[in-house]
Design a binder for this molecule. Structure first.
Ligand code: SAH
Length: 350
């Protein structure tokens, strides 16, 4: 069966032609999937019954299952998604005022090797397909009541999105197009460990999505210790690529910085970070470490976070501290899957 939500596989227009159906049926099906939240072909009531049955025989809308659905009192919901091959990924819905933000995954696991992150502990298993990325969006959208719509997307779940750009871009196209979820590119953020070639590719493609670059250190020496993949990628190359993306997209850059007590949260780190980023139209997003079971890293005290913020602001930077939502449901990337992991997955982590 063909995955209808996978733009590369579906070929719905051609399929409809072989069925002798008018071309406008493709738009009808699309409307049911994205705006109408139809759970199956049976609900697509303006399609002829025979066509609905033929669609159901040749196509599947859903390839995934939801083995776990967690909620907190603060409106955060997290889904553990089971993929057809038995792998698992995670995605999250966050409610904040009128915002309905989702955080989605781009790969099963991750190969970037950030030492403090749960997602990469077992390495990367594979890229997600565009259809699997879109399924996360639609499953989270369907958690909302009829009169609410998703407003923002952050690609900050499991995986490195820029290592799977070929599948991510068609999925974000479905998110942003008027006949998809209709979410403006300015409300969609791609978070990257900082892969310069892929950032240049985004700039070349005239992408209008926001870019968030995970720095975590003000110099290469410390960064090499915290982010394994960075050993081949100097900060100057990442910043040059990010600056170019800023020029072509006009989007303010965001730099993410996970604060790890005693490792990268000293005043001297803040001073050097301020110096490194000086003169840029950028926002620094500080993320106090969310502890991962079995890893030795610690969250800094509120006082030392405040001092770090003050030093950065004193150095002329825009700074925001990320509010920790959903801690109680393991909402940090990769944690739910890990907590629910099969022994097979755990043994890979050694
Ligand atoms: N691979 C991408 C996106 C995935 S994670 C990237 O590196 O940006 C999104 C952000 O969450 C990254 O900045 C990542 O470093 C951070 N993160 C991962 N694990 C974390 C943890 N346990 N606590 C706080 N932030 C974490």
């Amino acid at each position: 069966m063909t995955h209808l939500l996978d733009p590369a596989a579906a070929n719905l227009t051609e399929w409809l032609a072989t069925q002798g159906q008018p071309g406008y049926r493709a738009a009808q099906v699309r409307r049911w999937l994205f705006a109408g939240r139809a759970p199956s072909f049976a609900e697509m009531s303006d399609l002829p019954t025979a066509l609905r049955e033929k669609l159901a025989a040749d196509y599947q809308i859903w390839t995934t299952t939801v083995p776990l659905h967690k909620q907190t009192g603060d409106g955060t919901e997290k889904l553990l998604i089971g993929l057809a091959d038995g792998e698992q990924i995670e995605c999250v819905l966050l409610r904040d005022g009128t915002r309905r933000t989702i955080c989605i995954s781009s790969q099963v696991g991750c190969a970037m090797g950030c030492v403090f992150c749960a997602s990469g502990l077992a390495g990367v298993a594979r890229n997600l397909t565009s259809g699997e990325i879109i399924e996360q969006m639609l499953r989270l959208d369907r958690l909302l009541p009829a009169d609410e719509r998703l407003s923002h997307i952050v690609v900050m779940g499991m995986g490195e999105p820029l290592a799977n750009l070929d599948r991510l871009l068609p999925a974000l196209e479905a998110a942003s197009s008027a006949d998809g979820l209709g979410i403006s590119p300015r409300r969609i953020t791609i978070s990257t460990v900082g892969l310069p070639r892929a950032i240049h590719r985004l700039a070349d493609a005239n992408s209008r999505y926001n870019l968030a670059v995970s720095l975590h250190a003000p110099d290469d020496e410390l960064r090499h210790k915290l982010v394994k993949v960075s050993q081949n990628i100097p900060l100057v190359e990442i910043l040059a690529a990010a600056d170019r993306y800023f020029e072509t997209s006009g989007r303010r850059l965001t730099f993410e910085y996970v604060l790890l007590a005693g490792l990268n949260d000293h005043e001297q780190h803040a001073r050097r970070l301020a110096k490194l980023l000086r003169g840029r139209t950028a926002l620094v997003n500080l993320i106090p470490y969310n502890p991962v079971a079995g890893l030795p890293y610690q969250t800094p005290s509120p006082t030392s976070v405040r001092q770090f913020v003050d030093t950065l602001r004193g150095g002329g930077l825009n700074v925001q501290v990320r509010e920790r939502k959903g801690d109680r449901i393991d909402a940090a990337c990769g944690q739910l899957r890990r907590a629910n992991a099969e022994p097979r997955v755990v043994s890979l982590a050694k």
